[in-house]
Design a protein around this ligand. Structure first.
Ligand SMILES: [Zn+2]
Length: 469
């Protein structure tokens, strides 16, 4: 998917690049941009700066790389995996990293992974041993016994000592505070809370348990005292008002059980939270069978291990067949329930109209959301009415703010990391340009992409608009 460029020198000149100024929402005239030790040093360097490698940009647009604020980047994509994990799993994880980078994603916020397992991988990326995006990680999801995600259980202590926990059950404020202090020591960058009453059967009479209000407050208080933000997973409208009674920083996903009332929308706006609607996830869950064509593409063979691809094909083929045993229980009922997606789209549009800040997130790794869809999420945000500059900001400048890394990435400016993409066209006029990625720079390394365009996952992308209407 990527070809690493041999840039032996510490200085790289991007010759004749048009800088996308995401702050101003404008595209500059071509210039020569000098990068030194992976950091943007000069936005208007001479034509032939001495002692540097040169990338001929020929008028390509130099944009900050994309940021995906909701991923599961260590996902092996096989939900009902039986037996011991195999080497294919490690290979799939490396493919996930490469596919994200090859489609312009220079940074992800991972929203559920055993933190020690994650640290192993992100150390390898940071040391330049394997190509991949910068990863900010939540570690385990904080919940209670039987609470969301009900299909994940804490692992035995002996295993957790090596890889970390995927989920913590917290019963008291003291437990919550001490768990968060431990997580901070282990290197988590954000705290994720799983909070939804809605069960996979979508029956309100059969709700999931949630953490108590006291525990929730202790989580927010301790996290903030340690400089960690709190992101909350939820699925249903009623939960949203409960969640917003606590001092949370972001809402992950949108209610798909009903449209939010205008009072509820106003409440979200007043609270000042940022929303990561993960439209890619809901659309993928509701329409996964429509991704089957993509699974036969050259891109799919690059992204997925052969056994994973086989599995995904069988899932897609049987997606609407509820009697098929080859199904994903966690998403089982929501399959094919298109009205859920309509609610999500309506809620997203209403929140956008109210001026609630929105960021890109695909939920990549949640089986139906694939690596490489972040650029399409940007397009989806433009479908719900964000202007092109705002849709791009949602994946760059504003996403960096949500992640607390705006001093390093999210804009092409002197002193910022050259975690950037060189794309064909002007995304301010044509949002699809974010898919036409030629080069990716990240952590001082430069890559040329093999495919001229990020994948087409859908043969009917405009269906998004139909649902929105
Ligand atoms: Zn998720």
């Amino acid at each position: 998917m990527l070809q690493k460029l041999e840039t032996g020198k510490d200085r790289v000149l991007l010759r004749n690049a048009r800088v996308l100024d995401v702050r101003a929402g404008s595209l500059n005239t071509p210039a020569n941009v000098l990068v030194k030790s992976g950091v943007i040093a000069d936005m208007d360097a001479g034509k032939s700066s001495v002692d540097c490698d040169v990338i001929e940009c020929d008028g390509l647009t130099l944009s900050p790389g994309l940021i995906d604020c909701h991923c599961h980047i260590l996902s092996p994509f096989i939900a009902e995996q039986k037996g011991l994990p195999g080497l294919w799993m490690l290979r799939q994880i490396r493919r996930n990293f490469a596919a994200m980078l090859a489609t312009g994603v220079v940074c992800v916020r991972d929203m559920l992974s055993p933190i020690k397992f994650m640290n192993y991988f992100r150390d390898s990326i940071n040391e330049g041993k394997i190509p991949g995006p910068r990863i900010l990680a939540a570690g385990p999801v904080l919940s209670c016994k039987g609470g969301y995600p009900q299909f994940i259980e804490p692992v035995p202590a002996l295993i957790a000592a090596f890889i970390g926990q995927p989920k913590l059950h917290l019963d008291t404020p003291q437990e919550a505070a001490s768990a968060i202090r431990d997580l901070k020591k282990c290197g988590v960058d954000i705290i994720k809370v799983g909070y939804t009453h809605l069960n996979a059967d979508m029956e309100p009479d059969n709700p999931l348990p949630v953490i108590s209000g006291e525990v929730f407050d202790a989580i927010c208080k301790t996290a903030h005292s340690l400089g960690l933000k709190v992101g909350v997973h939820h699925f249903c409208a009623q939960d949203l008002s409960e969640i917003l009674r606590h001092d949370v920083d972001s809402i992950e996903h949108l209610p798909f059980d009903r449209a939010l009332s205008s009072d509820e929308i106003a409440f979200v706006k007043k609270h000042g939270v940022r929303v990561v609607p993960t439209l890619t996830m809901t659309e993928s869950v509701m329409r996964f069978e429509e991704k089957s064509e993509f699974l036969n593409s050259a891109w799919a063979s690059d992204i997925f291990e052969p056994n994973v691809l086989q599995y995904l094909k069988s899932v897609a083929a049987s997606w609407l067949d509820f009697s098929d045993p080859n199904h994903l229980k966690s998403f089982g009922v929501s399959r094919g329930r298109r009205e859920f997606h309509k609610y999500v789209m309506r809620n997203a549009i209403q929140l956008r109209e109210a001026g609630v800040p929105i960021s890109t997130g695909t939920d990549m790794g949640a089986v139906t959301s694939f690596p490489g869809e972040t650029a399409d999420e940007v397009r989806r945000l433009s479908c719900i009415g964000l202007s092109n500059p705002d849709a791009i900001r949602a994946a760059t400048l504003k996403a960096a703010e949500l992640l607390g890394v705006e001093d390093k990435i999210g804009a092409v400016e002197p002193g910022k990391n050259a975690d950037v993409i060189l794309i064909e066209g002007n995304p301010l006029d044509d949002i699809d340009a974010v898919k036409r990625i030629r080069y990716v720079g990240k952590g001082g390394c430069w890559y040329q992409t093999k495919h001229p365009e990020a994948p087409d996952f859908w043969h009917g992308f405009e269906l998004v608009m139909k649902d929105a209407g």
